[in-house]
Design a protein around this ligand. Structure first.
Ligand SMILES: [Zn+2]
Ligand SMILES: [Zn+2]
Length: 919
């Protein structure tokens, strides 16, 4: 094969399919958009799933792309392979060509062969192909593919192999699109076999050694499997292919492992430089180096797609991989955080094609540094603890780390379970995962709600798909579905196409019914990009009349499938009918409030970047009529000065009344012109750009589909209400604008005026007046406390007069005034200090209940007196109980009226113990 760089191979693949009339589409984000069933994008087809399911129209019938993919199921087994296997990675690139109901097996096979043999010059003698033959005997042999391999290519006949379901039948899930595949394998030669010495080993295609390498899988999506497992031929058949870029690069460059290619070497060399290792030292630590490089790529791309380390879902995957890399780094000699440097190398290698990495470089490095530092602080302690745990188990001859211990490491030291498993496995230990999960569940039950990836119910969507198809077939809707005019108008005249009640189509409805209404066109905005849906009314009017013949109050908007917009609301007047001409009216004041908040969000975003720095990236937003919420990446709490400065400059931009300009352009051009794209958004070829300010030097430019004001002056006023943290490295600002901001200011000023009236001073002096009052109050409180203490002393002196002698023992039993048990104990102390050898029982009524404290000095304890025993008997009289040490005890009771009687008992009890009174 020709020698090419990884970048050249990627480009030549795309160019080749462009020459076959394919459209290049950008890689989808690693965070699947609109698919809650999937944790991370793990195959080229993910972003086309809805097309295969018939829910979405493709942009073109033939497309090609390079797709970022990640495969980390969280199973240690997969991760263990990384770094050891020459060809398996957590992050990899899939090159693909796709036909959506266009060309089929003949072209897919012919072109694949043409690309690898002619364009890339792979040696035909080393190539092998597989064709599906059912090993379960129920599906037909893929004769079509077999024929095309023979007629369209000059592959050696005996290099076409038949293969069964495991390797050569693909399906999306238990139901849905599926079909046979053909794979292309490359024979790397016997020297690449990693099982050469093993008895009985034979190298073969789809075998268990590393000699034959699968480089390309051509999937022929031919059937739909329905709920009763029946396979039905699809009316429109599709092609879905995936070629491993790293593997082909390794073949092209004649190196044994993907890690030896120019896609990895710069990263590995950077690691070596940072460590100052000689080539021998680097070779000795080869596996760790490779793990760090592999994980470094994953971490860089994940953060680049907006994922932040955390304890759930994909956030956890990122944390786990990052911490795993950090630990292997420590193993090879890093003592300081280093992953940021690895990420820099990744960005240098991959940033040419994946330009987002360069745009988000500061953010990526910042997130990685913070997480690594956080982990660094606890890693050493955690590892030492784990060592200790394992040593203890070893002594007892046990090999399972208890789940509770694994959980403690997770909870206290941030050790992902997989890391504990990983470290344990190195020394032959397993982890009690059930125990770990139980401990985790327990903690979750105590507090946090777990974010779950719920699976969507395809059944529910099916109804909408059928409705949309029916409306298109009737001619009620064009090929693009409902005309969506939310950006152009706040009201329009249209017609009711369909109505659903309880999910069932109906032709008419009555007052009070809760309905879903489909119109031919809609001015209502459907929630997206953080902006909430519009509300309003749909009504039919009689000619020349003010009051509607019927009306529906729209409370919610939905777009269950692309092209279908559903208005959810209640019939408030009359009897709506399908086919009625109507006025659809958005609540205009509410929409204006939303627009103010949305435009203010853009101003805020731009000011935060200006004042705090370019590392600030939007990490989420919510735009409602009442307020706006803006989450952004920033490591520390904002100071009051920073908040004031941001608020000030947003208001300056409002006063400047900049015009807003809306343009439509290509994604590439928009980003090249400096427009900000947001994480986790799926952008088409054509994007909408909101530009605020002078077109030559705009104040802000963002890709955005939302509703905005025409001039920033319409926002009126912007006021920050709060700033706080919502997770590692992410802050949240809440703010109000327009009418809400005005109401807030008005309310606050009214409070100030009222306070000024009460204080009898002008509003400007309220603060000074309040401070003066607080000073006076403090002085008074101090004076009061002094007085109370003086009175207590006086009372105490009076109490001391009540001492009596019982059998030569001083006994003091008295009722006193005390605010609480604490004071009562303090008074007991005073008495003891003053009286020397003594038995004291003091009682007080606190909150209507009797409280008692007893003290016996040590000399009298020797004579058999016990404070605990004493108070128990005394407390019985007031219906209570208590206890304590021989020298000090306390008790409570219920009946305060018998406190005096209880205290009178004390001398008698003392007498019983120390003997009768002398004469
Ligand atoms: Zn072999
Ligand atoms: Zn926006």
């Amino acid at each position: 094969m020709k020698r090419m760089t990884g970048a050249e191979i990627r480009q030549s693949f795309l160019d080749f399919f462009v020459s076959k009339d394919h459209l290049i589409v950008p890689s989808a984000s690693l965070v699947p958009v609109g698919d809650p069933t999937l944790l991370l994008t793990n195959a080229g087809m993910n972003q086309f799933k809805n097309i295969f399911l018939g829910l979405e129209e493709p942009r073109a019938r033939r497309v090609t792309d390079a797709q970022k993919c990640m495969r980390v199921s969280g199973h240690l087994n997969d991760l263990e392979e990384v770094g050891i296997s020459p060809y398996h990675h957590t992050f990899f690139e899939m090159m693909g060509n796709w036909s959506f109901g266009d060309y089929y097996k003949r072209e897919a096979i012919a072109w694949a062969w043409e690309l690898v043999t002619s364009a890339w010059g792979m040696d035909k003698a080393l190539l092998w192909a597989t064709v599906f033959e059912d090993d379960q005997g129920t599906l037909p042999l893929d004769e079509e593919a077999l024929t095309h391999w023979r007629s369209e290519t000059d592959i050696a006949r005996d290099h076409i192999l038949l293969s069964g379901r495991k390797d050569n039948f693909w399906s999306m899930g238990p139901t849905g699109p599926c079909g046979p595949c053909s794979e292309i394998h490359y024979d790397r030669g016997p020297e690449h076999c990693n099982k050469a010495g093993e008895p009985g080993h034979v190298c073969r295609v789809n075998g268990d050694c590393t000699r034959y390498l699968e480089i390309w899988n051509l999937v022929f999506i031919q059937y739909n499997r329905d709920a009763d497992a029946e396979l039905r031929e699809l009316p429109a058949k599709h092609i879905d292919t995936g070629l491993g870029l790293d593997r082909v690069t390794a073949i092209s460059q004649g190196v044994p492992a993907n890690y030896d290619t120019d896609l990895f070497m710069p990263i590995l060399r950077r690691i070596q430089e940072l460590l100052g290792h000689s080539d021998e030292e680097a070779a000795q630590n080869r596996t760790s180096y490779r793990i760090i490089a592999d994980h470094g790529r994953s971490v860089t791309f994940l953060v680049g797609d907006g994922v932040i380390p955390g304890n759930e879902g994909r956030n956890y995957v990122l944390r786990m991989i990052l911490r795993r890399a950090a630990r292997f780094g420590r193993k090879v000699g890093f003592t300081e955080p280093f992953l940021g440097e690895v990420a820099k190398a990744v960005i240098e290698v991959m940033g040419g094609h994946y330009t987002d990495l360069r745009l988000r470089r500061d953010f990526i490095l910042n997130v990685i540094r913070q997480e690594e530092e956080r982990f660094q602080r606890t890693l050493g302690v955690g590892l030492a603890l784990l060592d200790e745990i394992m040593a203890g188990l070893e002594e007892r001859g046990e090999k399972t780390i208890p789940g509770g211990e694994a959980f403690r490491l997770y909870d206290t030291f941030g050790f992902p379970l997989d890391l504990t498993k990983d470290v344990g496995a190195e020394r032959g230990f397993s982890v009690d995962e059930t125990g770990f999960k139980a401990a985790l569940e327990e903690q979750r039950a105590r507090g946090r709600a777990m974010q779950q990836f719920v699976s969507t119910d395809g059944k529910e969507l099916e109804g909408y798909v059928r409705l949309l198809e029916a409306l298109k077939a009737q001619g009620g809707l064009g090929p693009d579905g409902v005309e969506y005019l939310s950006r152009d108008a706040a009201e329009l005249e249209t017609v009711v196409l369909a109505m659903l009640r309880d999910g069932q189509p109906v032709t008419q409805a009555s007052e009070g019914d809760q309905m879903e209404v489909v119109l031919a066109a809609s001015p209502f905005y459907v929630e997206s990009g953080g902006q909430v849906s519009d509300t309003g009314t749909i009504a039919r009017y009689n000619q020349g009349e003010q009051d509607p013949r019927w009306e529906i109050q729209v409370s919610e908007m939905r777009q269950p499938v692309p092209g279908l917009i559903v208005h959810v609301g209640q019939v408030t007047v009359g009897r709506p009918q399908v086919g009625d001409p109507v006025w659809a009216q958005v609540d205009a004041e509410r929409r204006m409030d939303i627009a103010r908040n949305h435009t203010a969000t853009h101003l805020l975003h731009s000011e935060l970047r200006y004042i705090l720095g370019e590392h600030v990236q939007q990490a989420g937003s919510l735009v409602t009529p009442d307020r706006l919420r803006f989450d952004f990446t920033h490591g520390v709490m904002m100071t009051q000065e920073e908040l004031d400065a941001v608020e000030q400059s947003v208001n300056d931009a409002i006063l400047a009344s900049y015009p807003l300009e809306v343009t439509h352009t290509s994604y590439k051009e928009a980003v090249a012109a400096g427009a900000m794209a947001l994480f986790g958004e799926k952008y088409g070829d054509q994007v909408r750009v909101i530009r605020i300010g002078d077109p030559g030097e705009p104040f802000s430019q963002e890709l955005c589909g939302g509703t905005h004001v025409y001039q920033t002056g319409e926002i009126g006023l912007f006021r920050i209400v709060s700033e706080g943290s919502v997770g590692a490295g992410v802050r949240r600002i809440e703010a109000v604008t327009g009418r809400t901001a005005f109401q807030l200011v008005q309310k606050r000023l009214n409070v100030l005026d009222t306070a000024a009236t009460h204080l009898g001073c002008p509003p400007e002096e309220v603060e000074r007046a309040v401070l003066r009052l607080m000073g006076e109050l403090h002085d008074q409180q101090k004076e009061n406390a002094d007085l109370r203490r003086g009175m207590a002393r006086l009372e105490f002196e009076a109490v001391l007069l009540g001492v009596q002698e019982v059998a030569g023992v001083k006994v003091l039993a008295a009722q006193v005034q005390a605010a609480d048990m604490e004071t009562l104990r303090e008074m007991t102390d005073w008495c003891r200090t003053r009286l020397g050898s003594v038995v004291i029982v003091l009682g007080a009524v606190v909150d209507g209940k009797p409280n008692l404290v007893a003290a016996v000095t040590p000399d009298l304890v020797e004579r058999g007196l016990r404070a605990g025993a004493l108070i128990q008997q005394v407390a019985q009289v007031v219906g209570g109980g208590g206890g304590g040490r021989p020298t000090l005890a306390q008790a409570g009771g219920r009946d305060a009226s018998r406190l005096a009687e209880a205290l009178a008992l004390v001398p008698k009890l003392v007498e019983q113990i120390v003997g009768p009174v002398d004469g």
